[in-house]
Design a protein around this ligand. Sequence first.
Ligand SMILES: N[C@@H](CCC(=O)N[C@@H](CS)C(=O)NCC(=O)O)C(=O)O
Length: 232
Amino acid sequence: MSTLKPIVVWGHDMGPNPLKVHIVLEELDIPFDYKIISFSDMKKEPFLSINPNGRVPAIEDPNTGVTIWESGPILEYIIDQYDKENKLSYDTLAEKYQIKQWIAFQISGQGPYYGQAVWFSRVHHEKLPSAIERYTKEMERVRSVLELHLSRSPSGWLVGDKMTVADLAWVMWEQIGTLILLFQDIHLEGKYPHYDAWYKKLLERPTVRKVLLSRTKSLRESGLAPDAPDPF
Ligand SMILES: N[C@@H](CCC(=O)N[C@@H](CS)C(=O)NCC(=O)O)C(=O)O
């Protein structure tokens, strides 16, 4: 991997979506240059020429000339291009598509709903209990889906018999979901035991620990969540 030129990752120090990309690149030991861009600069040129949607992550890979935005396809690109030994993936038909399935559920069923839970419980100018309730319930529903699947998985991972990119794609937003529940005094520990065991294993990964510790520091220092508890 050392002959590779660093992949440029446009990201943020607090937003969970670019941090998933950070974790996966670290797991695969791929060189990268993590560039933090402010929310306001994402909405202007030159960044809009990289991602017209004005959001992060986006990557520019000098090794191939490819630019991509949206975290799910970025993870799939990194795996296809750089995980030739299948450290975080499989090349068998079923597992390959099951990984895509869990990434698709993560970016459509976890990220947006958990994001709205954060928005309505922490950011929105008006307190709207029905909106908070709707997204909190959805967070719990997603957790129950994970529990059902993991209770039937002999390895305790989402796909096959090892941790893959599919598991890593979930951890950032799960950590945020747990915080949002805690802020509302909702404690689900023990209710979803297979989920708890899976989440604990993910939190033990050195790459995940590193990214979460640095994110918690940024959250506290930025004033966005001065009350953010330790992630472990
Ligand atoms: N579906 C996108 C979501 C990207 C996204 O919303 N990223 C956040 C950071 S975690 C962002 O750029 N927010 C800026 C904004 O909302 O203006 C993905 O998975 O990459």
